[in-house]
Structure formats: C-alpha cells, structure tokens
Design a protein around this ligand. Sequence first.
Ligand SMILES: [Zn+2]
Length: 368
Amino acid sequence: MQKIMQIKDITNYLENIAPRSLQESYDNSGLLIGLSSATITKTLITLDVTEEVLDEAISKRCELIIAHHPLIFRGVKKLTNSNLTERLIVKAIKNDIAIYAIHTNLDNIIGGVNGIFAEKLGLVNTRILSPKGDGYKKVVCFCPTKYTEKIQNAMFAAGAGTIGNYDNCSYVLNGQGTFKPLEGSTPFLGEINKLHKENEDRIEVIVPDYKLNDVVIAMISTHPYEEPAYDIYTLNNSNQLIGSGLIGEIEDAMPVDKYLKKVKKILGASYIKHNKLVDKPVKKVAICGGSGSFLINVAANNNADLFITADIKYHEYFEHIGNMTIVDAGHYETEHLVKELIYALLIKKFPNFALQISEKSANPISFM
Ligand SMILES: [Zn+2]
C-alpha cells in the first residue's frame, strides 16, 4: 500500500536539518507552489525544475517535486506563458504538482551540498571554508539552584550549548537573586509585598540564531518562576558549522594533474577548466559546489592548494597564479550530488515513502 504523507512532514523535516533562515538574502528556498497540508504519495527529487522533469513528475504521478534550484527565484508579476518560468509554474499548478526548493540553506550547512561533494572527493578533516559571522546569541537565565539541571537540559534539547564537536556546553555561577512579589502576582517563592532573597544559579549557554526562539521557549516553560529573568546577548563569534564552501585534506598528497583526473571522473565532468597548475603536490583542497568564485580569495587565505568550484569568470583565472590551482568543474557537475543527498536524508527518516531521483534532471550545457 502506498504511504500517504503531508507535504509539511517532508519540508519540516528538511528544514530541521537546513533551516530556511540559513538561506542567503537573495534566495527563495521553501515551498514555492502548493499547500503544505496537501497529501502526497510520491516525490521526485531534482537539481532543476525543467519541462522534462515536470513531465516526468506528471507521468509518474509524483505530487511533489523537491529541487535544489528554486523555480521561482525573482519576482513573478504575471502568468501569461511568456517565458519558461511562467510556463512551468502554470503547468505545475494545472497538474496539481507542488514545488519545493532547498537551495542555499542546504549549501550553508556542514553536512549539505559541499558535505557530500567532499565525501566523494575523499576529503578528510573538513571544516566550513567561510563561516557565517554573527550566527550566535548567548542566553543567560537565573533560577533556583535545584532547577538548574532541568533548565540546562531543556535548553540543550532545544539546540543550545553546541560548540564544534562538543554539546551540553554551559557555564553556571551561583549567586543571590532578589525580588518582591507585587499585588496580583502568584509567586512560586516568597510572599506578596515582602522582599525575597533566593539562592540562584546564573546559567549561560550559546545558541545559534535560528534556534533562539526554541531555546527561550524551552527555558521559560521549564522555569518555575512566573516571570523568569533572562538576557539575550548578541555575539560576534562566527558559527563554524554554518557558512559557504568546505576545506579539507586528501589523505595522501598527490600531483595536481593526477588528482584532477580523479576529480573529473568522480564528478562525471566532460571537461574542467583551470588556471596554470601549481607545481607542488595537492594536500589541502577547498570546494564550493555551484557558483563559488566569491570564495577564491578565502580559499587562498586558508592556504588551499586547490579550489574547485564553478562559474569562474575569465579575469578570475589570473588570481593566485603559482599559489593555488583554481578549477571550474561545472555548475551541474559540482552540484548534481545534491539529488543523492536529499534522497539519503529523506529515505533515512521515511523509509517506506515513495521517493525517486529524477531520471530527467540533466546538465543544460553540452560540450563538443
Ligand atoms: Zn547551483
């Protein structure tokens, strides 16, 4: 029997892994066409929504298409079939096919598009190439000492206290809190109109921005006080788990031409473009699937021997000659692994749901 789900079961799960708040400001990830409450029995996964992919969804009766690149990217002011995007939107709506995009939010997490790219290239010791700044808040709250552990655990469970490969990180300092309950209050401790002194702990935790609400709600709902006192501080720490590109190492350094032949094969690239190959073995490799030339200087500053991305402009090949090999391996070629990634994420959570990777999702660029 076919398993029936609601679109939001799938999108909520994916956005728990790659929250939409992590997408770049120019992006348009999320449910673009359809209702999140709609029921579905089959889903098609693709890099792009094209005419061929849409026809495939129609013929296979997939009610939802999950794409990496958003079909609707810029403002659509009319639907008169005057261009491809308008035609595809109309066709999807007429055929009752929902369209969902998970784009730069999936690029910006460590286990995202670049994660699977790095894995295929055999990179180890990977980290985000350009971590996002201002990604953290500090939440400080004050509670009676016997509630400290309960509140800490609630905040940890909601996503606070993770620093690199450590979780449950917090700082606790003991002190004295004072308050005077006024008329109309129902204090957990103390008496109306009497100053109360309480032995309290100050708990400090670090929280990624996108989990702040959840953590504050978890703290307030666990706190025994009617009016818990808490502070939220903006931090300038960058979030090492969120950002663009990845940098890592190949286990055994090898000549750059030898490694690039391997890369070409792994990505299924017909050809790759590069600047003058640097005459030293490759060890440190930076990558960014899709248009990543904005990271060329960042890769060089991180002493990468090689930077692999796509959509590099002519003049950019002049940069870092002799220091770093810059490679354009193609947009499709450096991103098509995203289909496999989305499939793997979903099948792990929904093993009995009908998921398919599109057979029609293809590179629009041909070579001769
Ligand atoms: Zn892309």
